[in-house]
Design a binder for this molecule. Structure first.
Ligand code: DNO
Length: 355
């Protein structure tokens, strides 16, 4: 396991020096933010980002995200050129030691919450999701901090129209076409693609969503068996669906999970929840069981603490303050240390028993 931390580039209010001081921090997960979606990331920009990380003593082996252009998701004629551009970006990233790319295939919107400032009884502030609030939202004026894309109201309207009539099956076929187009670049560079699940894992605002469950994982592996076609196991996204058994999924796909986003949420009813500190006792996601399942089944990927609360008076980007994510990183490091040592001991006992 390699512990990492998301860094939103030079615009991030959190410095690389601060990230470096978090115990056990190996590197950052970052992106080039000033290239339009669909264009090739120039080598110079990647080199600059890498140099900043290296100077701070941090690696840059994971990119989150190289966004996928909507025309690719929609299967438009321009997709061939856009997929070729994406493949070139992969090749460029490969020159700088990148090992894993996190991306998503959610139409139009990335992760989705209805409240960015949910104040908990203890004063901590976190993100929350309420189904009734979703219905009240004006879907033509949406923007969440942390999304890689932003659209004007006109663009948004056009996109929502373009998705009318796109079925789950078509969207899935477009995903397969995209993956088949970029796998040669992954084979060449050794870069693993790690798809982020849809968050929340069901259709929202009449848009189809296709990466929601163990069945989606099965379907993706069957369609594109190449080992570079893998997953970002985001416990907060998949866990918002009560139908998902996360420890079971972690065990089954441990070797295809190249990146784990570990975070917590607490349900307040069947669909509504708020996000919380990372500890297992703080919510409905059994982080302890997930870490154990990953370790036991050969997980060798990257980990990052995910959305944290804003605590201790911090007024950070919602979900992405420094303090609570740093606490999360320490908690996760402790769990991994225990699980890895238990696993090593068990192997040793098994060896002696059979010797
Ligand atoms: C949310 C993040 C997502 C993720 C993208 C990957 O906090 O995990 O925005 O970066 O879905 O493409």
């Amino acid at each position: 396991m390699k512990m990492t931390f998301r860094w939103f580039g030079e615009q991030d209010s959190i410095s690389l020096a601060a990230i470096r001081q978090i115990p056990n921090m190996s590197g950052v997960v970052t992106a080039v933010y000033d290239v339009p979606v669909g264009d090739v990331w120039p080598v110079e920009k990647i080199a600059r980002l890498k140099a900043l990380c290296r100077r701070a003593g941090l690696s840059m082996e994971v990119i989150e995200s190289v966004p996928v252009h909507e025309d690719i998701k929609l299967g438009k004629p321009s997709r061939d050129r856009l997929i070729a551009n994406y493949a070139q970006t992969i090749r460029n990233l490969g020159k700088f030691g990148v090992r894993c790319i996190c991306y998503n295939f959610m139409p139009v919107f990335d992760w989705f919450r209805t409240d960015l400032h949910y104040v908990q009884p203890n004063g901590a502030v976190s993100l929350a999701y309420r189904e009734s609030d979703l219905r009240k939202l004006d879907k033509h004026h949406l923007r969440l901090p942390g999304w890689d894309e932003s659209y004007s109201p006109e663009e948004l309207h056009g996109l929502l129209e373009a998705y009318r009539g796109i079925t789950h099956e078509q969207l899935f076929e477009n995903l397969v076409c995209f993956l088949n187009g970029i796998m040669p670049a992954c084979d060449e560079t050794g870069i693993d693609m790690a798809i982020h699940p849809d968050d929340p894992p069901w259709d929202i605002l009449s848009l189809p969503r296709i990466v929601t469950s163990a069945q989606s994982y099965e379907k993706m592996i069957a369609a594109v068996p190449n080992v570079h076609n893998g997953f970002t196991f985001c416990t907060g996204s998949l866990g918002a669906g009560r139908f998902n058994d996360l420890p079971k999924m972690a065990a089954k796909y441990a070797k295809r999970i190249y990146f784990a986003h570990l975070r917590q949420l607490r349900f307040v009813n069947e669909t509504d929840f708020f996000e919380n500190g990372h500890q297992t006792q703080d919510g409905n996601i059994d982080i302890y069981a997930i870490v154990k399942a990953l370790v036991k089944n050969g997980f060798a990927g990257y980990v990052r603490p995910d959305h944290g609360r804003n605590i201790w008076g911090e007024n950070g980007k919602p979900g992405y303050g420094l303090y609570d994510r740093a606490l999360g990183a320490c908690y996760l490091t402790g769990l991994f240390e225990a699980a890895e040592k238990d696993e090593a001991n068990e192997r040793c006992h098994d060896h002696h028993r059979t010797a």
